[in-house]
Design a protein around this ligand. Structure first.
Ligand code: ATP
Length: 268
């Protein structure tokens, strides 16, 4: 479903230390339905990887194929028709001044030319209600509530639903539970797990939580200095705990690569 071939990106201004590439010849294949978690030290290139897939950042070299199609030169808005994305900030994926229902309509008609998108029909309202009910948060009874009135966890759960309501070919999650309190984070993660499983979505999830990286999805990538240094799946991954992952990272990159954020995220 996703093929990255030799992706290189160096930011020329105000970014990478020492002029080092943010991505350094990254190649990666995701099969349809794979749920892949991505971890790594600060500045390893994780967000840049997602940005290159989404078309927010254009690579200096390399190709991006989605579902067999070369989309390397496609702008972000064209890819948005088949890529769902959720960011760290719950406010980023929703319009706070609009109601829950209006946000859902926007998500359901994204990429469809205005005029072709039918107005709010009874059937659509039923579909929205049904979709919201899957969150188990009672939002289906609050269709007229402005999204700004929701808690961070509710708003991020709604964002996950909005990003997946059109069954995207790819779902990109960029530390989407990191800004939530621990309980809300677990709830949103569980909802994410459910929606990905229900729709069989091909998913890339960046996280700083090493436990989540190992327990969610079926494959884990470890990035360091613009490269994928570990690619864990199957038996090798199943038997791993957080300490094993830290040790594997240490072996691949050396002690000095373990930055504060990675070490902190290893805390139980
Ligand atoms: N738009 C940009 N302009 C300039 N430099 C950038 C830009 N985006 C990323 N960089 C640089 O590229 C490198 C990789 O950044 P990236 O955000 O991909 O890392 P990350 O692994 O997501 O880090 P973190 O875990 O700290 O969020 C960093 O050195 C960063 O400063």
């Amino acid at each position: 479903m996703l093929r990255l071939s030799g992706i290189t990106k160096t930011f020329r201004e105000g970014g990478a230390v020492d002029g080092r590439p943010a991505l350094d010849g990254v190649s990666l294949v995701l099969r349809a339905g794979e749920f892949v978690t991505v971890v790594g030290s600060n500045g390893a290139g994780k967000s840049t990887l997602l940005n290159v897939v989404a078309g927010t950042v254009m690579p200096d070299a390399g190709q991006v194929h989605v579902d067999g199609q070369d989309v390397t030169g496609w702008p972000e808005h064209r890819r948005a028709a088949f890529i769902g994305r959720v960011f760290q900030d719950p406010r980023a994926g929703t319009a706070g001044s609009l109601t829950i229902e209006e946000n859902m309509v926007l998500a359901m008609t994204r990429g469809i030319r205005r005029g072709l998108a039918p107005a709010l029909t009874r059937a659509r309202r039923a579909a929205i209600t049904e979709a919201l009910a899957t969150l188990g948060m009672g939002l289906e009874h609050r269709l007229e509530t402005p999204v700004s009135h929701l808690s961070g966890g509710q708003r991020q759960a709604l964002t996950v639903l909005m990003a997946t309501v059109r069954a995207p070919k790819l779902l990109l999650l960029d530390e989407h539970t990191a800004a939530l309190d621990p309980r809300a984070a677990e709830t949103v993660l569980e909802l994410t797990r459910q929606v990905v499983a229900r729709q069989g979505l091909t998913t890339l999830m960046v996280t700083h939580n090493l436990r989540h990286a190992l327990t969610v999805g079926d494959r884990t990538l470890l990035m360091h200095e613009g490269r994928i240094v570990l690619d864990l799946a199957g038996e090798a991954r199943r038997g791993m705990d957080v300490a094993d992952l830290m040790e594997a990272f240490r072996r691949a990159c050396g002690e000095s690569a373990l930055d504060d954020r990675l070490v902190l995220s290893a805390a139980p």
